[in-house]
Design a protein. Structure first.
Lengths: 476, 476
């Protein structure tokens, strides 16, 4: 039997790889080392657990430890890898103070990312959260729940929950005012979650618009909708620090402007790849700071792969390395690496940065290159057009305004990216644009795509086609 | 000034061409000859007018005669073209018994299609309809409306409505039982419309499943849903004739089986291109019986174009001529021909036969080649897989089963077509498959497309990706 396939990290990439490797080569020894207690949880579902739409923490697990065992995966929770030796092909694992040297035949680094709170001071105060991990989510919902209604069992955390923290927040008087620092995905989704608990929600964002990766048109629509939904917006305002007495946050201090008294704060200003483990190893990082990989997910070290939030992939449009820590690429790359180490070499595919986010009743999507500076850096001459069109035939009830931005290269007409926002089936339409990027279509070709039409679902010219028509007219 | 651009037919293709020609060349003389009173109406919206969700007939008009005039189009309603002379470059027009010879510089044949009722006898009885044209739609809704609630003005027909027919049906006792002959789009949409009026609805279909163009998996799902929705299904049953006393339909006579007493019948068994006008001209028809065209919509006669339901186009997958009488290709081809005759040559694009239909609460979509016999005729070795997956993350409320079938060529792995059915954002997902066809992707490439993911809209692996994974596994 060859040395085992070892994955560091028991989340999307690690467990997808482990599962697929065993389906490809059922005799392979497959070990997953997870430093925490939780495995394979849906990070993107945590705002909906806080909101209460998802009842139990365990609902967010896509693979339980028992299911992993059934698949033949040797899943070891609470096992932290503290060193990697690519010459000896071993990893050093700590568990309950014990240290073990674990040999590997193939190694997958799937250590994920962590939420950053720097440079915001005061993030370690009680009542300040980052929503990275299920224990954070559990703490927030415990805090939101009135003490006389709180029961730790209602969180449905199974054996992995840090009950002490949940109990401590469950005993506190619920917050009435919350500040969210950062209006990216997490910030916007959490605004909806907090509003559902009737909190007075304040959303801070350094730039002038929320969800900046989705472009200006989406940002404007989300801004208006957040305001209509009762969220107080502090855009263009940098948060300097969070302050508090007796160890609990009680105010937000913006770099300029008046202090805001709050009972809780959520910091969602970004994540960074967990690469500390690789310092001193020959595994090279890319310019983004995440692990550089090739089209099979291989790193610069022999038989060492990387996937998920810790790794770079190659961009659909530019072909260049990019860091896009999102759910599908993590699963896809993990699965492909599992095939490859199982004996069936499979490319991990490229990433277009396709993303969707729900902001109260608005659906948003984005894909590819939409920022003109980034497009220019990649050697393109970007041109964009934004249109607003109906989501259904105008005469059919429920038609909603849908705003689409498309960006193309002036010289070649090649489609570079796009975004969409609207209240009726808007988000899934971004997949049309993402697939057009994958097919390397020009805008003229996109305009001629034979999309579907039925009055209840789409007008004759889908909003994406309307945008293509207009952009194509500009390019001519 | 050159001889005018003349379009025969004032619907999607004819008016799109006229409008675009004038935008491209504002000095061009543009004449549209329409034999009826209605122009530019949304045929696909008529079931929803009958249902009552669309209030007025005029809501279904995408361009009013006044708006056409504003655009500079010389729109002549009630002008029937009875002959085309491609040598003299004239058309013969009849209007109120008068005959005019109209010269053309460029001619567009956009005469559309007509509903067929043959070989079903009895289709001319009162109470039998085909739903082709707004006067039919008006007659049906008038009939459904109780006489004491009926007012012809409520139909909102403007000056084009045949009021006498509407008044006559409006005075009748409303039907209680209706037979729909043919369970294609129109049949299924009309079942929903009649059910909304609380009729006892019987749906007859010669084959074993409804919406046969959507494949077996969609047909099975729609069958179950129609039954749950209270429609009585007579599938695998051929209707021989409709019978009646005193000129009004009162029973359906199937080829085998018991007669069914009914008060009304709707025949939706297909349409045929209106090509009679071209008999004896050098304008050639294709194998389908529709007008053969090239990639610019040109026919075999010089300066004669054809577009819309009367014309063939070329298939996205096979490149061969195909007849796909649907709304978007008609608009797109008309628009392209308008550009071309205006001086900016523009291809009409290909058609994949992409279609969507709503069946009560189910959304259905289809695109490309999904019938194995047709795929084999086109030289492929088709392989299909069908999967059922969730429309959202499993833990998110509202996730609905979504069934996707994908078909590919065994040798090359090229995607040939697909279908989808489900209750949550299913139909628009077919556009992902249609765009993959347009980009000539293989199933392996489709599997690696970077589609969006957010728990409220799509699971990590969109149902289309799940189907691609499974089909790709079969192909390997």
């Amino acid at each position: 039997m060859p040395d085992p396939f070892v994955a560091i990290g028991g989340d999307a990439a690690g467990l997808s790889a482990a599962s697929k490797c065993l389906r490809t080569d059922p005799d392979r020894d497959v070990i997953v080392l997870e430093k925490g207690s939780w495995v394979s949880y849906a990070h993107c579902g945590t705002p909906y657990f806080v909101k209460g739409e998802v009842e139990h923490l365990t609902d967010l697990l896509s693979l339980s430890p028992a299911e992993a065992a059934e698949r033949g995966i040797d899943l070891r929770r609470d096992h932290e890898v503290v060193a990697v030796d690519t010459d000896a092909r071993t990893v050093t694992v700590e568990r309950d103070g014990e240290t073990i040297e674990q040999p590997y035949g193939d190694l997958l680094v799937a250590t994920g990312a962590r939420a950053v709170s720097a440079p915001i001071e005061g993030s370690s105060l009680d009542g300040v959260f980052t929503l990275h991990g299920l224990d954070h989510a559990a703490a927030i919902r415990s805090y939101l729940t009135p003490p006389d209604e709180f029961a730790v069992a209602d969180l449905g955390g199974g054996d992995a929950l840090d009950e002490a923290v949940a109990e401590r927040y469950g005993a506190m008087h619920p917050p009435e005012t919350v500040a969210i620092v950062g209006a990216g995905y997490v910030g916007v989704e959490m605004a909806e979650a907090f509003a559902a608990w009737d909190l007075d929600v304040h959303l801070f964002q350094r730039s002038e618009r929320p969800v900046p990766g989705f472009g200006d048109a989406v940002g404007d629509a989300v801004t208006e909708h957040l305001r209509e939904s009762g969220v107080t917006l502090h855009f263009g305002e940098e948060v300097d620090r969070l302050d508090g007495d007796a160890g609990h946050v009680d105010r937000v201090v913006p770099a300029s402007g008046a202090e805001l008294p709050v009972d809780a704060a959520l910091v969602g200003i970004g994540i960074r790849p967990n690469t500390d483990l690789l310092v001193g190893t020959p595994v090279e990082l890319g310019e983004s700071g995440a692990v550089a990989t090739d089209e099979y997910g291989r790193t610069s070290a022999e038989r060492v792969y990387a996937a998920g939030d810790v790794a770079e992939m190659h961009h659909t449009v530019t072909g260049e390395p990019t860091w896009n820590p999102l759910g599908l690429p993590a699963n896809r790359a993990g699965r492909a690496i599992g095939s490859t180490v199982g004996g069936d070499p499979t490319p991990v595919g490229r990433v277009a940065g396709t993303a969707m986010v729900k902001a109260f009743d608005l659906e948003c999507g984005r894909t590819g290159l939409i920022d003109h500076d980034r497009a220019r850096e990649a050697g393109f001459d970007p041109v964009s057009e934004t249109v607003t069109a109906g989501s259904r035939s105008g005469y059919y009830p429920g038609a909603a305004e849908t705003t689409v931005t498309l960006t193309a290269d002036r010289d070649t007409g090649r489609l570079l990216g796009g975004s969409i926002v609207g209240a009726d089936r808007a988000a899934v339409r971004i997949d049309t644009v993402a697939t057009a990027l994958g097919g390397e279509l020009t805008v003229a070709e996109l305009e001629r795509q034979d999309l579907g039409y039925a009055p209840p679902f789409s007008p004759v010219w889908d909003p994406v086609l309307v945008a293509a028509k207009v952009l194509n007219g500009t390019l001519e």
